[in-house]
Write a protein that binds this ligand. Structure first.
Ligand code: NAD
Ligand code: TYD
Length: 352
């Protein structure tokens, strides 16, 4: 058996592929365009493993996706490929529409054609698993109940609008064409291989380099943080046993303000890699707020627990410690990402 994963060289995708190959003998075909966020170094430990078939390509390339589906006959598609950074979506929304909306549309159409060609048993077993975000629900007032799956969509950034659009397409492909889909909406992830443009890895690498730790606005914005391995285990559960056509919220029950996050990272670094210049919190700088900055996200993850028995294995305290320890032990990965070395490798490998 085989599954097709899109975006498997990114942060969550590479964690998912590595976890999958640790737990199963099933082959993973990994389709990734290797944008700035894709990094094959993340997958170095499975290089040469015949169960991992890497394909450098775009989800928007219909001929390529058709050929992959025909050749590998996957029993499921786990769709993670996306442009994922809110700040980049504010500066340049075009790529987000292209990949997150049009690319998801192309992938759905290819999946529909493939699914339609299957025999009855394979057709009933097939799944299109769409990996999405809690940001589609918009911003919560302090004290308001956490997002359930029934919360109205109210995306506020070009990123979340593009993800909301893709969620709607997935829903429609199920209701109109019967494509067996499941969608998961997850809160903010953190952990190994997280690109240092996002809050937690940026704070770790900047602190170690003695650079400012930029907190947007007052830093009182709240996110619900989930260790990435827990997101991967939730995806596996939903893929295996989630009800077709349903959406499942995934979260860590860990609401924290950005200020708390940055102070926690600084305190761990003070303990694990003290700086002669003094506590890392001295580097905290408040900078101009992000336009349209959502104030609070919080996930009500009771449905996935009730139906599938899933709960996160990590608390924030255990997960953030593992994360800081990972970054301290992988200075080479950080240096390669920061120098762009991993990109040079891509152009050498794939040429023009
Ligand atoms: P990421 O930016 O780290 O990785 C995205 C991957 O997709 C990269 O490897 C990139 O090369 C690839 N990609 C981009 N455009 C592509 C295209 N057109 N064709 C093929 N591959 C392409 O993102 P991430 O943080 O790993 O997020 C993965 C998914 O999970 C996204 O769909 C995101 O919306 C969702 N999600 C992320 C979080 C989070 O906290 N990071 C939370 C909830 C949901
Ligand atoms: P981010 O990691 O970009 O995830 P998202 O915007 O998808 O939630 O940001 C997490 C929070 O941290 C968000 O409220 C923005 C804030 N933030 C900062 O305060 N400073 C930074 O340098 C970054 C990257 C984010």
């Amino acid at each position: 058996m085989t599954i097709l994963v899109t975006g498997g060289a990114g942060f969550i995708g590479s964690n998912f592929v590595l976890d999958w190959l640790e737990q199963s003998d099933e082959t993973v075909v990994n389709l990734d365009a290797l944008t700035y966020a894709g990094n094959l170094q993340n997958l170095a430990s499975v290089q040469g493993d015949a169960r991992h078939v890497f394909v450098h390509g775009d989800i928007g390339d219909r001929a390529l996706v058709d050929a992959l589906l025909a050749r590998h006959q996957p029993r499921a598609i786990v769709h993670l490929a996306a442009e994922s950074h809110v700040d980049r979506s504010i500066h340049g929304p075009g790529e987000f529409m292209k990949t997150n909306v049009e690319g998801s549309f192309t992938l759905l159409e290819a999946a529909r054609a493939h699914w339609g060609s299957l025999g009855d048993v394979a057709k009933a077993a097939f799944r299109f698993h769409h990996v999405s975000t809690d940001e589609v629900y918009g911003s919560l007032a302090p004290g308001a109940p956490a997002f359930t799956e029934a919360h109205p969509y109210a995306p506020n950034s070009p990123y979340s609008a593009s993800k909301a659009a893709s969620d709607h397409l997935v829903r429609a492909w199920h209701h109109t064409y019967g494509l067996p889909v499941v969608t998961t909406n997850c809160s903010n992830n953190y952990g190994p291989f997280h690109f240092p443009e996002k809050l937690i890895p940026l704070m770790i690498v900047n602190a170690l380099a003695g650079k400012p730790l930029p907190i947007y606005g007052d830093g009182q914005q709240v996110r619900d943080w989930l260790y990435v391995a827990d997101h991967c285990s939730a995806i596996r559960e939903v893929l295996a046993r989630g009800r077709v056509g349903e959406t499942y919220n995934i979260g860590g029950w860990n609401e924290k303000t950005n200020r708390e996050i940055v102070h926690t990272v600084c305190a761990l670094l003070d303990e694990l890699r003290p700086s002669a210049a003094g506590p890392y919190a001295r580097l905290i700088t408040h900078v101009k707020d992000r336009p349209g900055h959502d104030r609070r996200y919080a996930i009500d993850a009771r449905k996935i627990e009730r139906e599938l028995g899933w709960r996160p294995a990590e608390t924030f305290e255990t997960g953030i410690r593992k994360t800081v320890v990972w970054y301290l032990a992988h200075a080479d990965w950080v240096a390669n990402v920061q120098s762009g070395g991993y990109r040079e490798w891509v152009s050498k490998q794939y040429g023009a």
